[in-house]
Design a protein around this ligand. Structure first.
Ligand SMILES: *Cc1c(COP(=O)(O)O)cnc(C)c1O
Length: 404
């Protein structure tokens, strides 16, 4: 199985501690439950700020899609410099913090989406020429012009990343060679050109790959800016910072990313002299802060294999079942929450309660002995957990979420 994130420990009674809360207290009101540790999120943001260059124009945005839990958003809001949203409901969750910077990316924006963004002064990261035309259409000339950044489909991708999103034909962004003429039209139309957005991939554990992508992004932004003949106020460098999920994964060297970014920014072409740079992160900020707790409801042996059947499953934690875009199913880090740190004694397979063989949460892992009533913890559940899972599938109970 994958590595349990550093810092998780047991209390005196062997009970897993999540932040200041004991797992046994968290499950008292019912399982399954996602617990998100606020201290861990804050610590991660502090680490980001310490490791990144102290360039004043470098901003950290939270990508809401990683975890849109309202309590988590309220907690993270004062700690980050902006939010990136990709849907109407994500926007609704964060617009109450207006005038905090909000940018809205994502394909398939409706007329209503574009109108909302234009009327509320949200930065539209336009994904197509159509979105630009709509923005002009909804511009009430009495008020502030539409804030438009262009999402670029770059000629490169994030090497080795979980989801490659660049260098290909894509529904995301405008092909890079078509960006400069579009930016000129934005400026000529009197809209406010906010800059460029490049997102080339996610879940990278390689500092070298992330740094290379950032270097390439700054280079591409400079080329486009030169062709336009104007300085982009902002360049969103994307994110792509990954976390270890599986056996053999090693954490991203954030200090190496920071050192390389300093070099890239120090050496940036003069046309980007006054540009602000944004890094947008989701999973790296919140992924390791979340633990999914689910209770064992049955223990059975079939043809020599021991199964622990739990009251949760892929309807809450799709990614742990290997069905969230993974090519190969591998085990997330798991533990018996009420016997945390106890010696592993037996090989078990943890399955969810859904009536489908896909509902496999941990396959043939070594754990301390667990009985009916014990609680299984699945780690790395803070990002792409509940909101990335088909909760309605099979109409089982909903999961609770708590910020601890
Ligand atoms: C998904 C996404 C993110 C967040 O990715 P993480 O891997 O969670 O950091 C950021 N920006 C855009 C445009 C995205 O689509």
């Amino acid at each position: 199985m994958g590595p349990i994130p550093a810092g998780f420990a047991a209390g005196a009674d062997g009970d897993l501690l999540i932040g200041r809360a004991r797992a046994s207290d968290l499950v008292r009101e019912g399982t399954p439950v996602f617990a998100y540790d606020r201290d861990r999120i804050e610590e991660q943001i502090r680490l980001f700020r310490a490791a990144m260059p102290s360039y004043p124009g470098l901003k950290l945005h939270y990508a809401v899609k990683a975890n849109p839990n309202p309590d988590l958003l309220s907690f993270i809001q004062p700690l980050v410099d902006g939010f990136d949203v990709a849907s109407e409901r994500e926007w609704h969750e964060v617009v109450r913090w207006d005038p905090m910077p909000i940018s809205w990316a994502g394909p398939g924006k409706t007329e209503l989406n574009v109108m909302d963004a234009v009327c509320r002064g949200v930065t539209l990261n336009i994904e197509s020429e159509r979105e630009f035309k709509l923005a002009l259409q909804f511009w009430d000339r009495e008020v502030r012009p539409p804030q438009i950044a262009v999402r670029v489909n770059p000629p490169f991708g994030l090497k080795g990343s979980g989801m490659k999103m660049g260098g290909l034909a894509s529904q995301f962004g405008v092909d890079h060679e078509r960006v400069a003429p579009l930016v000129r039209r934005i400026i000529e139309a009197g809209a406010e050109w906010r800059g460029l957005h490049v997102y080339a991939g996610s879940q990278s554990l390689s500092a070298e790959a992330v740094s290379e992508m950032q270097r390439a992004t700054v280079g591409l932004a400079a080329e486009i800016a030169t062709e336009v003949g104007a300085t982009p106020p902002e360049v969103n460098l994307g994110g792509g910072f990954g976390i270890p999920y599986f056996a053999g994964d090693e954490e991203l060297d954030i200090w190496a990313v920071g050192a390389a970014l300093k070099e890239t920014l120090d050496a940036r072409p003069a046309i980007l002299g006054d540009t602000k740079f944004v890094i947008e992160l989701g999973r790296w900020l919140v992924g390791e802060a979340g633990v999914y707790l689910t209770r064992v409801v049955d223990r059975k042996v079939s043809r020599g294999k021991t199964f622990l059947v739990v009251d949760g499953g892929l309807h809450h934690m799709l990614a742990a079942s290997g069905n969230f875009g993974q090519l190969l199913r591998r085990n997330y880090p798991v533990a018996v929450a009420n016997r945390f740190g106890a010696e592993a004694e037996e090989e078990v397979t943890v399955v969810g309660c859904l009536c489908t063989p896909l509902d496999l949460l941990a396959d043939e892992v070594m754990l301390p002995r667990a009985e009916v009533g014990d609680v299984i913890a699945i780690f790395c559940a803070g990002a792409y957990g509940l909101s990335a899972s088909p909760q309605a599938f099979l109409s089982q109970a909903e999961a609770r979420e708590v910020l601890v």
